[in-house]
Design a protein around this ligand. Structure first.
Ligand SMILES: [Zn+2]
Length: 240
């Protein structure tokens, strides 16, 4: 790719802009600092968070229906599978109700020794975009995020959009390791269609449960997990 050399005036404007941004960072509001606990290998409880609910549909597409219903179904399946593996689970919601983000965080932070896994489906104006994404905020959550992403990538014909750092409130304010999983794009005809299929939603829950169990009881990080750790796409920051 050919890159146009920078002119002096453009360079000067950039320097001024950077200085301005530095100033803003120094004086502007900061995110709340949360003291995190690393329970990523000792946790006994999994807080399973079904994204959206009630008046908040989340993404809504004709291929996939309302995001809030798909997230609830995957979350319920995930919770059942984790219980079958001997883990204690807490659901932030188990029906179609609206739960504010702060309350979801409170539910997590009031547990003793847990991790938090939030289930979402994605949306884009571009129908061709598809694939799985997993988000984390604290360094304690990276390994779990990588494991979940790598397990999802074992689903046939899946597309990898990578593991990314994000400032979503449910991750940023979490005291324990916390991840948010985007289980595909409802805006994509194929993934939206799959999201309507209960067998497919069960497979999603299966893979996420396997990753959580492997995280708790050890298990080798695969080459795929390391691959998934690489940022491969620009994230869609559509969850606050
Ligand atoms: Zn969502």
């Amino acid at each position: 790719m050919y890159r146009q050399p920078m002119t002096r005036s453009v360079y000067r404007a950039l320097v001024l802009l950077c200085l301005g941004l530095l100033g803003a960072c120094a004086t502007g509001p900061r995110f709340e600092e949360v003291a995190t606990k690393d329970t990523s290998k000792s946790f006994t409880t999994v807080v399973v968070d079904a994204g959206h609910g009630g008046k908040d549909n989340g993404a809504y597409r004709k291929f996939g229906g309302a995001e809030k219903l798909a997230t609830l179904d995957v979350a319920q399946r995930l919770s059942r599978k984790l219980r079958a593996s001997g883990m204690h689970t807490v659901m932030t919601r188990s029906s179609d109700v609206f739960i504010p983000l702060e309350e979801r965080v409170n539910i997590e932070n009031s547990q003793k020794n847990c991790i938090f896994v939030s289930i979402h489906f994605n949306d884009s104006r571009r129908r061709g975009i598809r694939g799985f994404e997993t988000y984390y905020h604290s360094p304690n959550s990276i390994e779990l995020a990588n494991r979940i992403q790598a397990k999802l990538m074992t689903i046939p014909r899946s597309a990898n959009r990578g593991v990314h750092h994000a400032n979503f409130r449910v991750l940023r304010l979490a005291k324990y390791p916390a991840v948010l999983v985007e289980c595909g794009f409802l805006s994509n005809p194929r993934e939206g269609g799959e999201a309507r299929d209960s067998d497919y939603r069960d497979e999603l829950a299966d893979r996420i449960a396997e990753a959580i169990v492997a995280q708790r009881h050890g298990g080798r990080r695969t080459a795929k997990a390391n691959e998934a750790a690489a940022d491969v796409a620009t994230p869609f920051l559509n969850h606050d």
